[in-house]
Design a protein around this ligand. Structure first.
Ligand code: AHG
Ligand code: MN
Ligand code: MN
Length: 330
C-alpha cells in the first residue's frame, strides 16, 4: 500500500504485530493523543476567528502566565487520555500534581506525561506551536497512591514518545522504540496519514538553533561552541534558525540535521526546558533517529528525575555537532 494510505492507527497495529513483545495497548493510548491533538489543531487553525487568543488570567506552576490555548489543550488531553482504561496517571506542565484516573483499576498500568501546548509565546503571532508526550509503564510495586513514582523515571524507561507540530501542516511524530515515524494530518479526511516513514536525522546539518540573545550568560564551553560553529571549525558554514517553540525547532533539526540547544543561563541555571515532558520525549526521538541528546555532560535519557517539573539544559541534534560539543567539554 502506498505510504500515503497508511493511518497512524494502522501503523501502530502493524508495529504491534511485528513485535509481539510490544504491548497491544498502544493503539488505544495513541488514539487518545490523536483525538485530543485534532481538537487542539482545530482551535489553533481558527485562532483568530474564535475567542481563544490571549491570556487565560492565571499563572501555572512554573510561574508562567497561562494562555487560553494552554488551558484548552490541557483539558483536551486530560479528557481523551482519561477515557483510556489503561491509563492510571497523567502529568502535565499545566498541573502542579499528577492527575490520577481509573482509581482502583488493576488494568491501569500507564502514565502519560505531556506539555499540552509548547511555544505559548508564539500562539498569538501565528507561529508554529506543538504538543509533546511521553508514555511510561507503572513501575513494579508502585500503587495509585504514589502517582509521582509512576512518572519519576529516567527517560530511558519511556516506552513511547512523540509530538505534534501545529505548523504549516499538522504533523504527528512518534516512536515506540523502533524508529521514528511522521504522519501528516489530512484535513479532508481528518486522519493522520504516514508521510515520513523511518525518519533519520542527517549526520550533520546546516543550522544551529539557540536563543543567542542570552549568549553572554551561557557558561564558557557553550560560548566557545557557538564560536566554533560560526568559524567553520566543523568543516562548513552554519546558518541560524530559532523559532522559540522547542517542538518546532526540534522538528526542523530532525529533518535537516544540525543542533538545537537551550543552555544554562544566569536566570535559569538548569536551563529552561522541563525534563519529563519536553527534554525526554525529544531525546528519545533524537536517539531513535540516529541523533544524540545530552544535558551538557550526560545523556538526557539517563537523568534520574527528582521532581515532576524539574528543568534541564539540553543539546540535541546530529552526530557531528554533538560529538564536537562532547570534545569541547572533555
Ligand atoms: P512553553 O510554551 O511550553 O512554556 O515552552 C516554551 C519553551 C520552549 O518551547 C522554547 O524552546 C523556549 O520556551 C523558548 O524560550 P526563550 O524565549 O527563553 O528562548
Ligand atoms: Mn513547552
Ligand atoms: Mn507548554
Amino acid at each position: 500500500m502506498p505510504t500515503s494510505f497508511i493511518t497512524v492507527q494502522q501503523h501502530i497495529l502493524e508495529e504491534q504485530r511485528r513485535f509481539p513483545g510490544s504491548s497491544g495497548e498502544f493503539s488505544s493510548l495513541l488514539s487518545g493523543i490523536t483525538m485530543a491533538t485534532k481538537m487542539i489543531q482545530d482551535k489553533v487553525r481558527r485562532a483568530g476567528l474564535s475567542d481563544i487568543l490571549g491570556e487565560y488570567g492565571e499563572t501555572n506552576v512554573q510561574g508562567e502566565r497561562q494562555q487560553k490555548l494552554d488551558v484548552f489543550a490541557n483539558h483536551a488531553l486530560i479528557h481523551f487520555l482519561g477515557l483510556r482504561e489503561r491509563v492510571g496517571v497523567l502529568a502535565s506542565e499545566e498541573n502542579e500534581q499528577p492527575v490520577i484516573v481509573h482509581q482502583g483499576s488493576e488494568d491501569a498500568n500507564y502514565a502519560i506525561v505531556f506539555d499540552p501546548l509548547d511555544g505559548s509565546s508564539n500562539i498569538d503571532v501565528n507561529v508554529s506551536v506543538g504538543t509533546t508526550f511521553s508514555i511510561l509503564r507503572r513501575p513494579d510495586g508502585v500503587t495509585l497512591h504514589e502517582p509521582d513514582q509512576w512518572v519519576l523515571q529516567p527517560g530511558s524507561k519511556q516506552i513511547a514518545a512523540g509530538y505534534v507540530v501545529y505548523g504549516s501542516s499538522t504533523i504527528l511524530v512518534y516512536s515506540v522504540g523502533n524508529g521514528v515515524h511522521g504522519f501528516t494530518l489530512d484535513p479532508s479526511l481528518g486522519a493522520y496519514m504516514l508521510s515520513h516513514p523511518s525518519m533519520k536525522m542527517p549526520k550533520q546539518g546546516p543550522y544551529y538553533s539557540v536563543n543567542e540573545a542570552y549568549r553572554e550568560s551561557f557558561p564558557e564551553p557553550y560560548r566557545d561552541y557557538l564560536d566554533r560553529l560560526r568559524s567553520g571549525a566543523l568543516g562548513q558554514p552554519y546558518a541560524s534558525r530559532y523559532i522559540g517553540s522547542m517542538v518546532a525547532d526540534f522538528h526542523r533539526t530532525l529533518l535537516k540535521g544540525g543542533v538545537f540547544l537551550y543552555p544554562p543561563t544566569h536566570e535559569n541555571p538548569d536551563g529552561k526546558l522541563r525534563l519529563l515532558y519536553e527534554a525526554n520525549p525529544i531525546a528519545f526521538l533524537a536517539e531513535q533517529a540516529g541523533g544524540i541528546a545530552i544535558d551538557g555532560k550526560r545523556r538526557v535519557l539517563d537523568i534520574e528525575p527528582e521532581s515532576i517539573h524539574q528543568r534541564t539544559p539540553i543539546i540535541v541534534g546530529s552526530q557531528v555537532e554533538l560529538t564536537d560539543f562532547g570534545r569541547l567539554i572533555g
